[in-house]
Design a protein around this ligand. Sequence first.
Ligand SMILES: Nc1ncnc2c1ncn2[C@@H]1O[C@H](COP(=O)(O)OP(=O)(O)OP(=O)(O)O)[C@@H](O)[C@H]1O
Length: 267
Amino acid sequence: MIEFKEVEKRYPNGYLALQQINLQIEQGEFVAIIGLSGAGKSTLLRCINKMHDITGGTLHVNDVNVHRLKGKGIRHLRRNIGMIFQSFNLVTRVSVLQNVLVSFVPTMPAWRKILGIFTKEEKRKALMALDQVGILDKAYVRVDQLSGGQQQRVALARTLAQNPQIILADEPVASLDPVTAKQVMEDFKRINQELSMTILINIHHVDLALAYATRVIGVRGGEIVFDGQADEINEETLAFIYHNTNQERGVTNHAMEAAITEKNSIA
Ligand SMILES: Nc1ncnc2c1ncn2[C@@H]1O[C@H](COP(=O)(O)OP(=O)(O)OP(=O)(O)O)[C@@H](O)[C@H]1O
């Protein structure tokens, strides 16, 4: 379980990015975090694996107080929490399999790290992870020969090979075309359902958030302003989450209507 209690995050320059965050996420949930750019979605996600340190309140992951962790404790936490980025973060000049095998490096003895030797079992697990995301046939292809969607699947396989309990995905489909974005969301959904991994996904595509996640958290100005089931979301709640005094209301409403129409067509 991930548990935020009265969490605050103030950046060193004094900017208060998160305040009064109270949240409980049970193992196996599929949560989408939505909100305007700058609302605090990435900050919220990155506090969970201690990429950012909270500056107030408490944050526990499976009863471990994240703020207190140091060195080995942080490495252990991150072995249990996979992270997926918009930019895939792959080494594009080597093979798909080599990229997935990288997930074992943190737990390998130093001599194997230096020589780059992987065991049969590690290779088997890496190939299984590629199979889980449907790109086993690409195992020996160089990453730079794959499409964006396939590259995001490699990133997902690399995370799966590490067998985490939680996957944090920061805008994983932002750079993909709509069809590929849906395929990647399907991968997340399948992994969530079949492996009971908790998935937390930051996403700008409200339509995809509503179609695939079971729970939606709306962040506005560093605070949680909505927390409920995807099917509880309507135009009014979206207007509240996406309320921005600097934006033309008409434009915002148009975007929301489009999102709801799209959600209904996906569902
Ligand atoms: N290192 C930092 N130092 C100071 N302020 C920061 C830092 N990182 C983020 N911020 C600010 O904190 C606020 C929240 O940023 P965050 O990246 O969490 O928003 P977001 O909702 O994920 O936005 P986006 O959807 O554009 O990625 C923003 O106003 C941002 O400018």
